[in-house]
Design a protein around this ligand. Structure first.
Ligand code: ADP
Length: 327
């Protein structure tokens, strides 16, 4: 049996550079490996853990799938579909909830962040987010998970659940490990925290044109452009990180030398960076148009993916239920 890979994105906005560099680039690398079976989803059930619009969710989920395909995922080689079409995920999450304490979930930093963001929407679904994520991964017995470093606390929960289920019920779940990319932490354009689609002003979308990228970069905070020590935090540190991720370490070193020497001109840096980002995104946007133009094909890919995913997920769920004495 091939080892499996699982990863996913919430359907709460377009994919941004953080998602692309931190996660999707990992999907693309793993798709090339013939020893692995990969499942990649738009996780629409995770979307309803924070306030959302039911009318626009179906299209938002499909936009994620289009972004995946445009970025280069090949539905002939990997499974691409929507989480809610594979109901085994939520059933397994409920079974997992019997081996996890409420306190463990409440103490997760990711939960606390979301509570701060949405103080009037602290639901059971939000508390259960990491359980559902553990189920997403373990329903495929996936050992490798290409995600950004922000997901490490959730992966730890998945590993704990795997161990518990193995101990208590004699399951053979792997302890899933993160597959890291060079862009495992893409900072926010706004100067603090990570790039996130739920934080306005923090992101560049994969669908942004050159003018939009320039506009977004223009909003990134800077300083006087000169100093003895290179900032390690804030707007300038983040801009340099972007240069490193998109243009390479050598270009970054040149800018650092200017900062410590004659001075750095942020207008020039931002223009050059915008052009480099757009050069990376343009072919993705070109492919996106072909998928946008063929919604029937897209639906076929999603439905075929769901059938393949259910074939695997239903076997795991049946095994868990039998071992737990259910049914
Ligand atoms: P967001 O935080 O923008 O809502 P998701 O939670 O849907 O993004 O994450 C989708 C994937 O993208 C996950 O694998 C996550 O680790 C990765 N990711 C999100 N933001 C970043 C970032 N700023 N840097 C690196 N990876 C990221």
């Amino acid at each position: 049996m091939k080892s499996r890979v699982f990863s996913a994105t919430r359907a709460s906005g377009r994919l941004h550079l953080g998602n692309y560099l931190g996660a999707v680039k990992g999907y693309l690398a793993l798709q090339e490996r013939s020893d692995l079976e990969c499942v990649f989803m738009a996780v629409d059930l995770h979307t309803i853990t924070t306030p959302y619009d039911a009318k626009t969710l179906p299209q938002a989920s499909r936009e994620i799938i289009i972004d995946y395909l445009a970025a280069g995922l090949d539905p002939e080689r990997v499974v691409v579909t929507l989480q809610s079409l594979v109901s085994e995920h939520s059933e397994l999450a409920f079974l997992f909830s019997s081996v996890v304490s409420i306190a463990r979930m409440q103490h997760l930093p990711t939960f606390k962040d979301k509570v701060k963001q949405h103080p009037n929407h602290v639901t059971m679904a939000l508390l259960n987010y990491p359980l559902l994520m553990a189920a997403d991964i373990l329903v495929y017995k996936a050992g490798l998970v290409p995600v950004g470093i922000d997901q490490e606390p959730h992966l730890e929960v998945a590993r704990e659940i795997a161990r518990k289920m193995n101990e208590l019920y004699g399951m053979d779940f792997p302890e899933p490990q993160r597959f890291a990319t060079r862009g495992e932490y893409v900072p926010s354009l706004a100067g603090a925290g990570k790039m996130s689609k739920s934080v306005e002003g923090s992101y560049i979308n994969l669908t942004d044109d050159l003018a939009t990228i320039k506009k977004r970069l223009a909003g990134a905070p800077t300083d006087s452009g000169r100093g003895e020590t290179i900032p390690t935090q804030g707007g300038v540190a983040n801009l340099l990180k972007f240069v490193e991720l998109i243009q390479g370490a050598d270009r970054r070193a040149e800018y650092e030398a200017s900062y410590q020497g004659a001075g750095l001109r942020y207008g020039d840096l931002k223009n050059e960076l915008a052009a480099a980002i757009f050069a990376e995104l343009a072919p993705i946007q070109e492919r996106r148009r072909t998928f946008e133009a063929d919604p029937k094909k897209l639906e076929e890919i999603i439905q075929t993916g769901a059938t393949k995913a259910r074939a695997i997920a239903s076997i795991t769920l049946k095994e868990v239920k039998t071992k737990m004495g259910l049914g």
